[in-house]
Design a protein around this ligand. Structure first.
Ligand SMILES: Cc1cc2nc3c(=O)[nH]c(=O)nc-3n(C[C@H](O)[C@H](O)[C@H](O)COP(=O)(O)OP(=O)(O)OC[C@H]3O[C@@H](n4cnc5c(N)ncnc54)[C@H](O)[C@@H]3O)c2cc1C
Length: 374
């Protein structure tokens, strides 16, 4: 096996950005081999990247796979020889392998995408793609940070770094229809209590998961929204909201994604739930985070799970107007900032999170690195 990453984990080896974690709770992200789950217990309901890496070490102990993997080898070419029915595979390190069968398990989300933002190439600050975060970490304390994108990795990064940075600007194209994660951290006691029983049911749960749309233990309902009264609909949506995860999206009526009227009522439910947590904020910011009118149908893009995402926007913002003007002038200087040419596609949330914690120069060890090659 040839692997471009330097250790086990695949997507989890690459994605070590702050807050990286699954949006799929256990046991659905576990390997189904009993040898692997029988003596493994998770620390969190939605494990983070570090725990996932420990899990992969556990897999290594059981499966002894590393001996068969050449890490840090990026496959650049593969040729099929019809005379001998053999593939020859070439890596960027000069390694060549011959094989009768070639399996390309290269992942559907393994290639980072960097949007063409005017000025990014000449940006003088530190910039990283979340999938190419420095392995030694990046100290963001006391820094002015801009996060571009509010998909899953954007939301997770924001949640993790917002309490530590001096100032945070969030740039988003459209609002993320985030859903409550309902994360749980287990103590030694609850770990045993909560994971012991499901373990007995693992074979049945994992078997069931193979039959559902998303591979979990629940599915779309078999009825349409019209088959329930408004009160019953509300009760279902409230219950799904309380249970959290992707239930509000995928444990919903079967016409949620095909009937625009049903979708709109669900959107309003989501919007109002989010807006409850935004009370007191700048109206423009509220509108950006949970628009009155949907920018796209609810659930037509994969929602992300959040823990305290909206609460973070309540953090003090005591110099907004000054920073607004700084931002405008930065945007016009290609050495210092990203030009404003893409603003029609990305709108800044119109709010900055600001913190009093400042880091002294001697504390800072940033790896001044421009964009890594993608
Ligand atoms: C941050 C993040 C969180 C995610 N969370 C979830 C989740 O909660 N639930 C879920 O179901 N999915 C999640 N996903 C989707 C995730 O892609 C899949 O869960 C899973 O990792 C896909 O496994 P894979 O083996 O197909 O691909 P990957 O894990 O992407 O592995 C592909 C591997 O191929 C290697 N590779 C690619 N090209 C080459 C080459 N030319 N030569 C050598 N090696 C190469 C890459 O280095 C990579 O290690 C998440 C993705 C990301 C980025």
């Amino acid at each position: 096996m040839l692997e471009a990453g330097k250790d086990l984990g695949e997507v989890w080896w690459w994605n070590n950005y702050p807050g990286a974690r699954v949006d799929t709770c256990w046991p659905f992200y576990d390997f189904s081999d009993p040898d692997l789950w029988q003596d493994w217990t998770w620390e969190e309901r939605f494990p983070g990247r570090d725990e996932l890496c420990r899990y992969f070490e556990h897999v290594e102990k059981k499966w002894d796979v590393k001996k068969d993997i050449k890490f840090d080898h990026f496959v650049t070419k593969a040729r099929f020889d019809p005379t001998h029915d053999k593939w020859t595979v070439y890596s960027d390190k000069g390694y060549t392998a011959k094989a009768q069968y070639l399996l390309l398990c290269t992942g559907f989300a393994a290639k980072p995408f960097v949007p063409k933002l005017t000025g990014l190439e000449t940006f003088g600050g530190i910039s990283y793609h979340t999938a190419h975060w420095p392995k030694e970490g990046l100290d963001v304390r006391g820094k002015k940070v801009g996060v571009i994108g509010t998909g899953a990795s954007g939301v997770q990064t924001i949640q993790e770094i917002a309490p530590h940075v001096q100032q945070l600007s969030v740039f988003q194209r459209t609002a993320n229809h985030t859903l409550p994660m309902r994360q749980e951290a287990y103590t030694d006691q609850t770990k045993q209590q909560q994971q012991e029983k499901p373990k007995k049911d693992y074979p049945a749960i994992l078997k069931l998961a193979k039959t559902t749309f998303a591979g979990w233990d629940y599915d779309q309902l078999t009825k349409t929204a019209a088959e329930d009264t408004p009160e019953e609909r509300r009760a279902l949506w409230e219950s799904n909201w309380t249970l959290g995860g992707f239930r509000p999206w995928l444990n919903n009526y079967k016409d949620l994604l095909t009937n625009p009227e049903v979708n709109r009522v669900m959107y309003d439910f989501w919007r109002d739930k989010v807006r409850e947590r935004l009370v007191g904020l700048d109206p423009e910011l509220i509108e950006n985070l949970a628009p009155l009118e949907p920018q796209d149908p609810f659930g037509s893009k994969r929602p992300s799970l959040e823990q305290n995402y909206y609460e973070l926007y309540h953090q003090p913002n005591d110099c907004k107007s000054q920073e607004e003007s700084n931002c405008r002038s930065d945007a016009d200087r290609s050495e210092d900032g990203i030009r404003g040419g893409n603003r029609s596609r990305y709108s800044r949330l119109g709010h900055r999170l600001r913190h009093s914690h400042r880091q002294s120069d001697s504390d800072r060890h940033p790896r001044h690195q421009r964009r890594e090659s993608q």
